[in-house]
Design a protein around this ligand. Structure first.
Ligand SMILES: Cc1ncc(COP(=O)(O)O)c(C=O)c1O
Length: 392
């Protein structure tokens, strides 16, 4: 008879049969999977047969989230990653080689610029930035080395929109691929692949998860594109955690409902803030004053514009700091896309990498606040934010 330790390890490792399928996807908290022989393991590691070998390569909980995201974005395949940045890194390095160039919007998540300035630059991959709301400027900026055009459906933090279909046409004519960060819009509001994009990424940390309790990312597109990105992510170790994949799956179930409420709350708050004492301007695609309001109505589902707004206070940086100290319902924290309203100051947080001139090119002012409107009662939000903005 084996000793106690041997029996305990064997006894506690038996996976139960579950003849009735569980209603929720289980968390497969396992780093590795038992195989019958060396051939099976070798084939699994090459993805030459269905199944799983090691959770850096694949895992059933990841698989469930990947299938769900692929279906909701209208794609063949998806890959989930440790964070949105791991997804962006995986896509970029699976498409670009030393000597190539990526074209990035002026108005873009600061981490994407930081990646271009650090890892990409060191790898011999160049970047240029351009105003992607101006198709002629994009056309002029597509150079002979450009292999990838990066877009955000709704930009972080200025809420500039990308006319994905029009820009895809321009880029494809020049043999340039198009990747779209769909984090702000989510698949509930927009499907960039349907507009012709080659690949979509998400930070699932944000709206997909929706509760500020996970870090994750996703790469979504054709089987070929996702396989190329998987090779980078496996080798760089940017794989997701099954625990966080479970949370993202749970978030997906209520994404549509949450996006409806984020959108209606944000529209009400944006309308109340526009013209309120102490507020210089509000940028929200749902406002008629937004320069791309008509595009938003055309490309975002059911006219819903999501929960993100950019607020410029009349008193600049000093008033911005006072605003952050005054809010009581909203929380001063970085990140976005959650049930609670989150406010941050991009110039000192998500876009701290940018000098004042780059901030201006990105349409950001030093005093601009990024507001991620949550699901609280709208009257409480309006009172909190209009009150905090008031110069008195
Ligand atoms: C639009 C956008 N893309 C990507 C990221 C990066 O995501 P993560 O923080 O999950 O790496 C962020 C983070 O704020 C973001 O706002």
């Amino acid at each position: 008879m084996p000793g106690f330790s041997t029996r305990a390890i064997k006894a506690a490792s038996r996976v139960p049969d579950a003849p009735q399928p569980p209603v929720n996807v289980p968390i497969y908290a396992t780093s590795t999977f038992e195989v019958a022989d060396a051939t099976e393991l070798a084939e699994l590691l090459e993805f030459a047969r269905p199944g799983h070998s090691y959770s850096r390569y694949s895992n059933p909980t990841h698989d469930a989230l990947e299938r769900a995201l692929a279906e909701l974005e209208g794609a063949q395949a998806a890959l989930v990653t440790a964070s949105g940045m791991a997804a962006i890194h995986g896509v970029v390095l699976s498409i670009l080689r030393s000597g190539d160039e990526i074209l990035i919007p002026h108005a873009v998540y600061g981490g994407t610029i930081a990646l271009a300035r650090s890892i990409l630059e060191r790898s011999g991959i160049g970047h240029r930035t351009v105003d992607t709301t101006d198709a002629a400027a994009v056309e002029a900026a597509l150079g002979p080395r450009t292999k990838l055009l990066w877009l955000e459906t709704i930009s972080n933090p200025t809420t500039a929109l990308a006319d994905v279909a029009a820009l895809v046409e321009l880029a494809h004519d020049r043999g340039v691929m198009v990747a779209v960060d769909n984090t702000f819009a989510t698949p509930a509001l927009a499907n960039p692949l349907a507009a012709g994009a080659d690949v979509v990424v998400h930070s699932t940390t944000k709206y997909v998860g929706g509760h500020s309790d996970l870090m994750g990312g996703a790469i979504i597109g054709s089987a070929e594109r996702v396989a190329a990105a998987r090779e980078v992510v496996i080798n760089a170790g940017g794989n997701a955690s099954p625990w966080e994949a479970f949370l993202a799956l749970r978030g997906l179930k209520t994404l549509a409902l949450r996006m409806e409420r984020h959108s209606s709350n944000a529209l009400a708050v944006a309308s109340a803030l526009e013209g309120a004492p102490g507020v210089a301007s509000v940028r929200y695609p749902g406002l008629a004053s937004h320069p791309q309001h008509r595009l938003a109505c055309r490309v975002l589902r059911d006219g819903m514009c999501g929960g993100m707004l950019a607020v410029d206070l009349a008193g600049g940086r000093a008033q911005g700091e006072r605003f952050l100290e005054r809010v009581r319902v909203a929380v001063h924290a970085t990140s976005l896309g959650s049930v609670e309203t989150l406010i941050s100051h991009p110039a000192s947080s998500s876009h701290r990498q940018l000098a004042d001139a780059d901030l201006a090119a990105a349409g950001l002012t030093p005093g601009m606040l990024r507001v991620s409107i949550g699901l609280e009662d709208v009257e409480d939000l309006v009172a909190d934010l209009v009150g905090a903005a008031s110069p008195g």
